[in-house]
Design a protein around this ligand. Structure first.
Ligand code: HEM
Length: 323
């Protein structure tokens, strides 16, 4: 019976490009829009060439998409008079790169209208942006995601981990998405690129326990450096590179820094507070090892709660649910 279903599904896939079983696959668009992946890659990498911060923007946006209602492009939706969308929730206010997804979508709609989902565009663009530095794909992105029809700001805080979380809360959040402690440590390595706002860690510099003190788990020299950037507890405008000196370089230095007590957020430092995750941090110090593990964990993250087959829709505009 099971064999028959899989066979029927493969036939359905081939004939109609649709399968109810709900799995992502390689080259989902090979018939419906053969140039889809090349278009995403070309536009993304052209833009990354003149904006080295874009890989971080898109990688974080893909993460924030997947952790709220699965990787369904819900993070891309614009609020309306009747609905405050995810995009307008506090953790998402600093997301950037929406214009890039829109530009890719416009091109794809002109080449093959109504075929390529915004959720897939985001997953592919995040991969292609990070991969630009290496001139080869850093992880495989399976496709066939469809776009969700719901996006609620009220669901974001409960799903996107806070930089103030301790280890057990972080792990619970990842486990609730079907991810493991290994995925938690590996995916946190994304903080090898990008920036963090002072307000999200300055308590560690100026007022850790309410007594004007510093977080003892933060390297004092690094803390002194951070204080030269974030001048006070109430600095809400300054950002600093999360990986000192290499915040546009995707590498394993996040883990090397972390071991030296130079993780920026409490949530980074928290990875050293558990025996198992601390051991994993130790195992990811070499870029080749990190890249291999990151590729696998990204594949798992990219499959969280996906809509496939006839679920959801293919949005015409990534910011707007089809009417
Ligand atoms: C483990 C739990 C995580 C926490 C608590 C966390 C928290 C944060 C925070 C607070 C920022 C800075 C935002 C700002 O200053 O506005 C940030 C940035 C970033 N996060 Fe995470 N994050 C986590 C996991 C992840 C994961 C799994 C990924 C991707 C796979 C990721 C990718 C990024 C990137 C690339 C940036 C830099 C964004 C930019 O510069 O545009 N993070 N994260």
């Amino acid at each position: 019976m099971k064999t028959y279903f899989i066979f029927a599904c493969v036939v359905a896939l081939t004939v109609a490009g649709v399968c109810q079983a709900g799995v992502l696959r390689k080259n989902f668009y090979s018939n419906s829009c053969p140039s889809a992946e090349a278009i995403v890659k070309n536009i993304t990498q052209t833009l990354v060439a003149s904006d080295p911060g874009l890989p971080a923007d898109l990688l974080r946006m893909h993460f924030h998409d997947c952790f709220v209602r699965g990787c369904d492009g819900s993070v891309l939706i614009t609020s309306t008079a009747n609905n405050i969308a995810e995009k307008d929730s506090i953790p998402n206010l600093s997301l950037e790169g929406f214009d890039v997804i829109d530009e890719i979508k416009t091109e794809l709609e002109s080449k093959c209208a109504g075929k390529v989902s915004c959720a897939d565009i985001l997953a592919l663009a995040a991969r292609d942006a990070v991969s630009f530095q290496f001139q080869k794909p850093m992880w495989e992105v399976l496709t066939g995601r469809r776009d969700g029809k719901v996006s609620l700001a009220s669901e974001v805080l409960a799903n996107i981990p806070s930089p103030f979380f301790n280890f057990s809360t972080l792990l619970k959040g990842f486990q609730s998405k079907g991810l493991t402690v290994h995925d938690l440590v590996v995916l946190s390595g994304a903080h090898t690129i990008g920036h963090g706002n002072c307000i999200l860690f300055s308590n560690r510099l100026y007022n850790f326990t309410g007594k004007g003190d510093q977080d003892p788990s933060l390297d004092p020299t690094y803390a002194a450096f951070l204080k030269t950037k974030c001048k006070s507890l109430s600095d809400t405008t300054t950002t600093v590179g999360m990986d000192p000196d290499s915040s546009t370089n995707f590498d394993a230095s996040y883990y090397v820094n972390l071991k030296h007590k130079k993780g920026l957020f409490q949530s980074d430092a928290a990875l050293l507070t558990n025996r198992i995750s601390n051991k994993i941090v130790g195992e990811l110090q070499k870029s080749t090892d990190f890249f291999k593990e990151f590729a696998q964990s990204m594949k798992r993250m990219g499959a969280i709660g996906v809509l496939t087959g006839n679920s959801g829709e293919i949005r015409k505009t990534c910011g707007v649910i089809n009417s």
